[in-house]
Design a protein around this ligand. Structure first.
Ligand code: PDD
Length: 280
């Protein structure tokens, strides 16, 4: 059952209401997190909560809860939802400023947690993505998980309007990330992903996939690459919490490798299926 927690109250999601003066609405002045739940257990809770704490600190929103309180709240949310497989969204805005002002007020942050039923992909249902490349015109702090996703939405929806599934963004000749995912390429069984910087989100799934691939014996490097190197790759993947790891089979109308799911993707994807059900 879908469920929402808003500032202390448990509600049906469509019954939860916030002020029109909430800075999340007025200014996009908010951060968020998305956590996966498998078999009633939150996977990678600690890194997600650490990233939330970092996002809040970077934008100077006072942390509304301690790590232990977040953990207890999320546990209660999952219990109340009675869902085994779900996505938890946490949204924290700077709260209400009235009258509207760019200057921060001293109101308490708005805290929203939702639990939504969600089934992760399988080898059979994993999407085979055809994407385009696009100029990354977002702000220069893409490492902070802010709810202001207008640029990501513009770039993704332009790609969809042109008949693609999504876009991979490029800034200054270097691949940054997908519109809501991180990017991996594979060449001669060596896996590469752009290094962490302020230009891309430090994806939790990205870290998990790096570890999973290394445990399988693959060499994984975190180094920059451009369009040419990506087009010449044997495999390209996108990683994100709900997506897990999805093969990109075409870019800008050109096939990647043989234009189908690759063997390295299959191996890492399958190992991750075990990992997500075993590791705390
Ligand atoms: N998006 N890059 C961007 C821009 C993202 O929005 C996301 C996740 C990622 C992958 O991060 P992670 O592996 O921690 O999920 C990378 C989430 C899922 C969303 O917006 O719903």
């Amino acid at each position: 059952m879908e469920i929402a927690y808003l500032n202390g109250d448990w509600l049906a999601p469509d019954a939860a209401k916030i002020s029109i003066f909430d800075r999340g609405f007025m200014f996009g002045d908010a951060v968020y997190e998305v956590l996966p739940v498998y078999q009633g257990r939150i996977f990678t809770e600690v890194p997600h909560l650490e990233r939330l704490a970092r996002s809040l600190a970077e934008v100077r929103i006072a942390p509304p809860l301690t790590m232990a309180e977040w953990s207890a709240l999320l546990g209660e949310a999952v219990d109340r939802s009675q869902e085994a497989d779900a996505l938890i969204y946490i949204q924290v805005s700077r709260g209400v400023s009235m009258p509207r002002s760019h200057v921060y007020g001293d109101g308490a942050p708005t805290v929203l947690v939702t639990v939504t039923p969600f089934q992760g992909p399988t080898i059979e249902t994993a999407p085979q993505l055809r994407v385009k490349t696009a100029e990354d015109f977002r702000w220069l702090r893409a490492d902070i998980k802010v709810t202001s996703l207008i640029a990501n939405g513009m770039i993704k929806n332009q790609a969809i309007a042109e008949g693609y599934d999504d876009a991979i963004m490029i800034r200054d000749g270097k691949v940054t990330e997908g519109t809501s995912s991180n990017v991996f390429i594979v060449k001669d069984e060596v896996i590469k992903t752009p290094p962490k910087s302020e230009r891309l989100l430090h994806g939790i799934t990205r870290d998990e996939m790096i570890e999973t691939a290394r445990e399988l014996g693959y060499s994984v490097t975190e180094s920059a690459f451009g369009l040419e190197e990506m087009l010449a790759a044997d495999e390209v993947w996108l990683s994100a919490t709900g997506l897990e790891l999805a093969p990109v089979v075409g870019i800008n109308g050109e096939p990647i490798g043989r234009g189908e799911q690759g063997p390295v993707w299959r191996e890492v994807f399958e190992a991750y299926q075990t990992r997500k059900r075993v590791i705390e």
